[in-house]
Write a protein that binds this ligand. Structure first.
Ligand SMILES: [Zn+2]
Length: 244
């Protein structure tokens, strides 16, 4: 931090405008970051493809040997084995293969999944429930869910749960992260986020329409949105201190 700038601490003199406040109050233009995780194991994805091809090959050879050998009426002695192996292999690949999963993002703007050029986001303040099970960590919001597959995106899942633990602790009380690796600062690529779009949104505290971007204030922990005149002492969503 530059030495010539006065640093704002949590405590401020009484009577000043609720403009700059506690540890978690943010302006719309304040820098925000997130981490982007690609499918962690491209090796796994390649192996899945190779395995899938082998299964198809075995199946094809098995079918040919069993039914389509033109030179006689008896199937090839190994045909059934090939067929069986091919079927078993194909099932195993379907069940355990690492199909390329979508890139996942975790950070100040919540959790997100990239679908082509679209980034589907669920802000922390919009998370209604978190579920760890069925091979995935799922964040449920109103009308949408972000699903992070554990097998192909273990680092993203670990980071998402760790952040949820500090940002929205009440939503992840029941979750036991033993199934996940410890989040690593080396995993994922750090990206800067654009300022959030706030046009047409309302203050969570007063329900006032926020018409001007300069009037927007954010909870730096869960991303909840407030009008600058109606910032509560503590975030109504995550209880972070907003006014010092
Ligand atoms: Zn909050």
């Amino acid at each position: 931090m530059a030495a010539d700038k006065p640093t704002k601490r949590k405590r401020k003199s009484p009577g000043t405008a609720a403009d700059v406040g506690g540890a978690f109050l943010r302006q719309r233009s304040d820098p925000r970051k997130e981490r982007r995780f690609e499918n962690s194991s491209s090796v796994g994805a390649v192996l899945t493809m190779v395995g899938g091809s082998l299964a198809a090959l075995a199946l094809g050879a098995g079918v040919f040997g069993q039914w389509f050998r033109g030179d006689g009426t008896t199937p090839h002695p190994y045909a059934l084995h090939l067929l069986g192996a091919g079927v078993a292999f194909a099932i195993a690949i379907l069940l355990f293969g690492q199909w390329g999963s979508l890139p996942v993002r975790v950070g100040d703007a919540g959790v997100a999944v990239e679908r082509g050029t679209e980034v589907e986001r669920l802000g922390w303040h919009d998370v209604q429930g978190v579920l760890l099970g069925g091979g995935a960590l799922t964040f449920r919001g109103a009308g949408m869910s972000i699903v992070i597959p554990l097998r192909s995106q273990p680092e993203a899942a670990a980071r998402a749960l760790a952040e949820a633990r500090t940002r929205i602790p009440a939503r992840v009380k029941e979750i036991d992260e033993k199934a996940l690796p410890a989040p690593s600062d080396a995993a994922g690529q750090v990206l800067s986020l654009e300022p959030p779009q706030i046009a047409g949104l309302r203050c969570k505290s007063s329900d006032k329409l926020i018409s001007f971007e300069r009037d927007a204030r954010l909870c730096g922990r869960c991303g909840e949105l407030y009008h600058k005149d109606d910032v509560p002492r503590r975030c109504v969503t995550c209880d972070a201190p907003l006014l010092g």
